[in-house]
Design a protein around this ligand. Structure first.
Ligand SMILES: [Mg+2]
Length: 300
């Protein structure tokens, strides 16, 4: 378990860093198969982005056992004061997350009132940072899992579709932590969603032969449904961390988030392995990351 959580987090951050240099590039215009640098943001190899910043804020909050307002404060500190960044500078943040941070910073709303919940507030901004809370949800009944996932998503993304995207991803992580076979994974998750009884029809392709779709049918945008489909498509169709994460990044579009979320799934499956370690050692601000992650993955 400890090794799987460690694999999940480092698998995520490495996936983010591998995807950063080609973020927003269209599919087919590039190919990544190693840790490169520069590109989109002109930053050196090993630079991680908002996805990892928000993930690390969430882990730190869990380590501290603090309130959701404390966590929201960390998000606002990231947005406005360069908190939890690789080189002391915030260079990337999603629009909805930024608006939620504004609501906290200037309108002084409580954390659970900061998120946006319109139809167009369904980017992958809460999905990208949800993974660590699997430690909280694992042993809970399904309704309580949903409540926790919902509370955390709502800090920035309060629409039902965003919450359901997070819920599906958390159920996938839980299944992998419980060593469910890959071939049973989607079915296993669907049984739990049926038990929960909430509408998950926006995600119907995941439960209807996602794996066998043609790659051209997979849209790798920052829309939460597209992102989750792309992540699971790469996970289901590849065997190793490296293969899966580079396939995810080479889809183009929101490469860092899709690389990160795919990396977390492979990392939780394999545990912390040499394939991840070789890239992790090149991450920017590694000491900071390690101090937060070691605590998280060791304490249960
Ligand atoms: Mg990013």
């Amino acid at each position: 378990m400890i090794n799987q959580l460690k694999g999940m987090i480092y698998g995520f951050i490495v996936g983010d860093a591998l995807g950063v240099p080609v973020e927003f590039k269209p599919r087919g215009t590039f190919e990544v198969n190693d840790m490169i640098g520069y590109g989109t943001y002109d930053l050196p190899p090993g630079t991680w982005s908002d996805d990892s910043s928000l993930l690390l804020c969430t882990i730190e909050h869990m380590n501290e056992n603090s309130t959701l307002d404390d966590l929201m404060q960390k998000f606002a500190d990231f947005d406005y004061r360069n908190y939890m960044t690789p080189f002391g500078e915030t260079f990337d943040i999603g629009i909805t997350t930024h608006e939620a941070c504004q609501n906290f910073e200037y309108l002084k709303r409580s954390a659970t009132d900061c998120g946006l919940s319109g139809e167009y507030d369904n980017g992958n901004g809460s999905l990208m940072r949800i993974a660590p809370i699997v430690k909280k949800t694992l042993d809970l009944p399904i309704e309580d899992k949903y409540r926790v996932v919902s509370d955390y998503s709502k800090l920035t993304h309060g629409h039902e579709r965003s919450i359901m995207g997070c819920m599906i991803y958390i159920l996938v992580l839980e299944a992998l932590l419980s060593n469910i076979y890959k071939s049973d994974l989607i079915n296993h998750v669907q049984i739990q969603l049926e038990e929960l009884g909430k509408d998950y029809s926006d995600y119907y392709r995941i439960f209807n032969g996602l794996k066998i779709l043609h790659i051209d049918e997979i849209r790798s945008t920052g829309y939460v449904v597209d992102t989750l489909e792309a992540v699971l498509y790469c996970y289901l169709n590849h065997e190793t961390y490296q293969e899966g994460v580079f396939a995810a990044i080479n889809l183009g579009g929101d490469t860092d988030t899709i690389g990160a979320l795919t990396g977390a799934l492979f990392g939780v499956t394999s545990g912390y392995i040499a394939e991840i370690d070789k890239y992790k050692s090149r991450l920017a601000n590694l000491e900071k990351i390690e101090s937060i992650v070691e605590w998280y993955s060791d304490k249960r």
